[in-house]
Design a protein. Structure first.
Length: 368
């Protein structure tokens, strides 16, 4: 299977299936001497961990990361990177494969069942196998390391929040919010009033045996001007690839996004201004470009909106076919999120961190 590695210099390769013994990965390209905070990695994993609220899947996984290589003990319970590949593992402790026995010959609508059969001639029905969002825990580990690298070298900060659940949305444009504010509600929306309505909608839909989607906003600040390659590896192209690889993601907008297509050039252009009286800092008066111009960061906040479809597995009975092409009726079983958005927040942040860490290291070879 190809396509398990992301990045050119700072790379992550993941392995494992939802109901296998374990999932894990290898992170390569970490510079030697980086202080590694395992508790910081675990904190990010705990935000993604299933079974943490009434609006997430009841599957229980500890998701305790075990670092296998690439670090040495340091002071105060910390570690330091050696410059060699960092291997890590997360055990699967709460898999219930019997919940999926009814899928041996059935294709769930809008799931990866049929397409995996079409590609490989077989599939792992246990929890979706490799197509399961269980794999994204590995990305969170990699993203946590990338975030620690970015904080140490460039003071880059990344924050995501739930902007919209179905048609319930916050009334303000994309902005940076602290983790404390985002995590103040289980739905991870920075507006408590809107969050309460989102939670109620998710609970109602869950009780109906259905699911809902919505949108997440992620903002990265303190990204220096100059990151990104001008042709195929444009910064926004790499961010789009990374974010679109998250299960259930179906759309992405950077800056003004689709609303920019309704503007004239004179309305969309971001005017340059001097941020300091001596002209040493160049800024833009607006940020419709979303912090990226010509595929390269311009020093403004990078603002991205990501659209998530509803979870495909629902409790309601649906029309589908089996592997013989015979039409059948199918009801979803197993444990699934009624809305993936709250648990997707650390995954979105991780993917942005992985791309920015890669381009941070690549930029160091771009000029003397």
């Amino acid at each position: 299977m190809a396509g398990n590695t992301l990045g050119k210099v700072f790379q992550i390769t993941t392995f494992g299936e939802s109901h296998g013994v374990a999932i894990g990965g290898i992170i390569d390209g970490i510079p030697a001497g980086l202080t590694i905070d395992i508790e910081g990695i675990q904190s990010d994993l705990d935000r993604r961990r299933p079974g943490t609220s009434e609006i997430t899947t009841p599957r229980k996984e500890d998701d305790k990361v075990v670092i296998l290589s690439g670090v040495l003990p340091a002071e105060d319970g910390l570690f330091v990177s050696t410059g060699t590949p960092m291997g890590f593992q997360l055990a699967n402790n709460d898999a219930k494969s019997a919940d999926y026995s009814h899928l041996e010959n059935a294709y769930r609508p809008s799931h990866a069942d049929y397409t995996y059969d079409a590609k490989y001639g077989l599939r792992d029905i246990r929890g979706g196998g490799r197509s399961s969002a269980r794999e994204t825990a590995c990305r969170v580990v990699g993203g946590a390391i990338a975030r620690q690298l970015l904080a140490a070298t460039d003071s880059v900060e990344i924050s995501a929040y739930v902007e919209r659940v179905q048609d319930i949305s916050v009334p303000f444009p994309p902005a940076f919010f602290s983790r404390k504010i985002v995590d103040a509600t289980v739905v991870r929306c920075p507006s408590r009033e809107v969050a309460n309505r989102m939670i109620q909608r998710i609970e109602t839909v869950r009780d109906e045996g259905d699911t809902v989607g919505g949108a997440i906003v992620v903002v990265a600040k303190n990204v220096p001007a100059g990151w990104g390659e001008p042709v195929f590896d444009k910064l926004h192209a790499d961010l789009a690839k990374a974010l679109m690889s998250i299960p259930a993601v179906k759309s992405l907008e950077i800056g003004a996004g689709l609303s920019g297509t309704l503007m004239k050039g004179s309305e969309h252009n971001d005017a340059f201004v001097s941020g300091e009286s001596d002209g040493t800092v160049i800024e833009t008066s607006t940020n419709r470009s979303g912090g990226i111009q010509g595929g390269i960061s311009n020093g403004e906040e990078i603002a991205i909106r990501i659209g998530f479809k509803p979870v495909a597995t629902i409790k309601k009975t649906q029309n589908t076919v089996n592997s013989d092409g015979k039409e059948i009726m199918l009801s979803g079983k197993g444990r699934h999120d009624p809305c993936v958005l709250p648990r997707a927040i650390p995954i979105v942040e991780a993917m942005v961190a992985l791309v920015l860490a890669d381009h941070s290291l690549r930029q160091r070879t771009s000029r003397l």
